[in-house]
Design a protein around this ligand. Structure first.
Ligand code: ZN
Length: 177
């Protein structure tokens, strides 16, 4: 398997407003190829829980949440959920309540900080087959939805974080988004 490089914070692709994917192109080879590469990149990062297309250098409005995030909320007996794909995602509802959450990012290695995020959000997006859906999330999932949609608008968590600190990998294995 080829290793997919995850771009780091000084790369300009992370600061661009990512482009919408035309709905009729969702099932194209190009878009499906980007999704496959994103999934592969995520598998390569043991502490990674989600990834946005710009993080592999593709300036499109796509992000993926690792199946393990959904599995955490389920009982062991239930089947494993696969990675969830969000194309042209838009958060359509934010809870008024905000919470300070510890955050890290695969593109800002070894830095962590606290970011105030809405505790619950509802997101609307297209899946990888081009079907529109809505999904609610709270806690970690809400944090992921907000962190990843920020990526698509050229925003990194370090723009918003408080108490940023560098923690060497052997001291820390927080989830990265
Ligand atoms: Zn990130």
């Amino acid at each position: 398997m080829v290793n997919i490089t995850i771009v780091q914070k000084d790369d300009p692709v992370l600061r661009r407003i990512a482009q919408e994917v035309p709905r009729e192109e969702i099932q194209s080879k190009k878009v499906q190829g980007i999704i496959a590469q994103m999934k592969q990149a995520l598998v390569g990062e043991k502490d990674g829980v989600a990834i946005a297309a710009p993080q592999i250098g593709e300036p499109f409005r796509i992000f993926i949440v690792a199946g393990k995030i959904f599995n955490m909320a389920q009982s062991e007996e239930e089947g494993r959920e696969t990675d969830a794909v969000f194309i042209n995602p838009k958060i359509v509802k934010f809870s008024r309540k905000k919470v300070g959450m510890d955050e890290g990012c695969l593109s800002v290695r070894h830095w962590y900080g606290k970011v105030r995020r809405a505790e619950k959000v509802t997101i609307r997006a297209y899946d990888e087959r081009g079907k529109q859906f809505e999904r609610g999330g709270s806690g970690l999932l809400a944090q992921i939805f907000q962190h990843e949609t920020d990526h698509l608008d050229g925003i990194l968590f370090i723009d918003k974080a408080k108490d940023l600190q560098e923690i060497k990998p052997d001291e820390h294995n927080e989830k990265k988004l």
